[in-house]
Design a protein around this ligand. Structure first.
Ligand code: R2B
Ligand code: URA
Length: 323
């Protein structure tokens, strides 16, 4: 299979580029699942990935993963895998990069060397299902020292379109850094604070790249693109333009610089499971100026490349490709 051939070569690349002291960048951290019942199961079927512990050798397939990148669209995550393949000068052709989840059309997954690229769809329920299975997969595969990124698009608040926002805190509708999950009819609240070290490292990486306007700020996560994000252009609208502006102003004062739809559950689940994580989203518009995304398609494509470029730079630096 493609990933087996790659794995050997990639580890050789990495060892060559590691320098004399690998401990400089390796911190031994395991992926912790927080579910005592998993140990009692004879088999774990990762249904939405079409993978399982009995049907697949997960440690062999995924044991060398060091970076996981998730994003909404399957096409974009395939493009990211191809981009990383070229950036890391991996052997073989990008045409041979296969969808590991080809047995299902729920999510797509691509592995290139030590990098896993997966789509998660839109919204909290979709990414949450994917993250449960991803975290179990990484646990079964005995992965260590991982960084997990969400790369995506967002609406900006008071920043120019095309700005990349590295999330400090993923916040809910009342601008609190928390995610509320209903479990057995009760609300469980989890913190959504992200890894400070990875965020600072990403900001430093952005300073080394041209044409990549980047800021750090809080990210508002909503359960809807239209009314939920204060848009006036949905099929329904229950508020006035003034009320919309007031909410966006309050968000801005609370340090919010962009709005998207997955960051709180992403941050919360990674935090509980001991995974270092970051959210890197480009803004497609400034929501103070409007609601519709009218930017030309080719410009949007270039914007969407920006989080990929930044994360790729981070990965290359970590692997010693760039000093
Ligand atoms: C950003 O873009 C999508 C909505 O268009 C959503 O998945 C998000 O978080
Ligand atoms: N994604 C969002 O969730 N909101 C936007 O405004 C743009 C992209």
């Amino acid at each position: 299979m493609y990933f087996n051939i790659e794995r050997t070569t990639t580890m050789a690349h990495i060892l060559l580029r590691m320098g004399t002291d690998p401990s400089e960048y390796i911190e031994q951290t395991q992926v912790h699942v927080k579910n005592p019942h998993l140990d009692t199961m004879e088999e774990d079927i990762l249904y939405h990935f079409s993978l399982g512990t009995k049907t697949h050798n997960l440690p062999e397939m995924f044991g060398d993963i060091k970076f996981v990148c998730v994003g909404g669209s399957a096409n974009r995550m395939k493009a990211f895998a191809q981009f990383i393949h070229n950036e890391l000068s991996l052997p073989g052709s990008t045409d041979d990069i296969i969808d590991i989840c080809e047995g299902t059309d729920r999510y797509s997954m691509y592995k290139v060397g030590p990098v896993l690229s997966i789509s998660h769809g839109m919204g909290v329920p979709s990414i949450s299902i994917m993250l449960h299975e991803l975290i179990k997969l990484l646990h079964h595969a005995r992965c260590r020292d991982l960084v997990l990124f969400r790369i995506g698009t967002s609406g900006g608040i008071g920043v120019a379109p095309g700005t990349v926002v590295i999330t400090d805190k993923a916040v809910d509708h009342s601008f609190q850094p928390q995610f509320e999950q209903v479990v057995l009819g009760k609300v469980i609240t989890r913190s959504t604070v992200l890894d400070e070290g990875v965020a600072s490292e990403l900001l430093h990486c952005s300073s080394e790249l041209d044409d990549l306007p980047t800021v750090r700020g809080n990210t508002l996560c909503t359960d809807d693109f239209y009314e939920g994000q204060g848009r006036l252009d949905g099929a329904l609208c229950s508020f006035s333009p003034e009320e919309k502006q007031e909410y966006l102003q309050t968000a801005h004062k609370a340090g919010v610089r962009n709005i998207e739809m997955e960051s709180t559950v992403f941050a919360a689940m990674c935090r509980v499971c001991g995974i270092k994580a970051a959210v890197v989203c480009v803004t497609l518009l400034n929501r103070f100026d409007g609601d519709q995304i009218s930017t030309p398609h080719h410009v949007l494509l270039e914007y969407q490349q920006r989080p990929q470029t930044l994360v790729s730079h981070f990965i290359k630096k970590r692997l010693g490709y760039i000093l």
